[in-house]
Design a protein around this ligand. Structure first.
Ligand SMILES: [Zn+2]
Length: 246
């Protein structure tokens, strides 16, 4: 990873909320970094766009929003159009690091995440996007078997502190306004992971749709059956204490 302490990071996401769900913890725990977020859709959705900028202020980031199609049908978009939309929103300054979706998406399934990832990687390979490094979000949902989870076997995996996770959860539920039983609220990951690529040659292959293999749950019940000393520590289900596996 670039060695500068206060590096500049450009986050490129498909929807207002993706920045919080997949990288909010990283943003909150690296306040010295210069963060800029570009979001490719929902500029004409006034409420959601407004909320996006409120979230960015909370996260200490600047940003821009575009208006790519985000209809529920998820009609495939031409790669050229996605690339153009990204280039239009780029800030003037070149970032040290770009962070975006993974070509396999973060869950099963949103085509925009996958299309956007492919377009960013293509632009980086062509040199139209310049950065010292590129990271992609690393999450999987076991083909819909569970809510998206950070992939353990990545070069960057961090279990969030409860304080940081609560801030993410606040942004999703109170600022974006997703209900507590919504997919977004239930998904809000407690750990974050990224795949890190130091140069375009190392970036993930775009052919096909790679899938992470499913893995056992992140937490396991404590066999002793003790009650959690922190009560609602964020990792507990029911009365039995649950210990993170990491
Ligand atoms: Zn999204």
């Amino acid at each position: 990873m670039p060695s500068k302490k206060n590096l500049s990071a450009l986050l490129i996401v498909a929807h207002p909320d993706d920045e919080t769900l997949w990288a909010g913890g990283l943003m909150l725990s690296r306040p010295a970094w210069k963060w800029h977020v570009i979001c490719l859709s929902r500029a004409s959705d006034r409420k959601r766009a407004e909320r996006f900028f409120r979230v960015l202020r909370y996260l200490g980031a600047t940003g821009a929003i575009g208006d790519l199609d985000d209809g529920p049908e998820q009609h495939p978009l031409a790669e050229k159009d996605v690339e153009q939309a990204i280039l239009k929103l780029l800030p003037d300054a070149q970032p040290d690091l770009i962070i975006t979706h993974d070509p396999s998406g973060e869950y099963t399934r949103h085509k925009r995440h996958e299309e956007l990832s492919k377009a960013v990687i293509t632009l980086w390979r062509k040199g139209s996007l310049q950065a010292g490094e590129l990271w992609t979000f690393a999450y999987e949902d076991g083909n819909k078997a569970y809510y998206p989870r950070a992939v353990l076997k990545t070069s960057f995996y961090r279990l969030l502190t409860r304080r940081v996770w609560l801030q993410k959860y606040y942004l999703i539920t109170r600022v974006y306004g997703f209900g507590k039983t919504s997919w977004e609220a239930r998904s809000t990951p407690k750990a974050e992971a990224f795949r890190q690529f130091p140069n375009p040659e190392a970036a993930p292959a775009l052919a096909g749709r790679p899938r992470y293999p499913g893995r056992p749950p992140l937490q396991r019940p404590d066999r002793t059956g003790r009650r959690c000393p922190r009560r609602s520590c964020g990792f507990c289900t029911g009365k039995r204490m649950v210990l993170p596996l990491v």
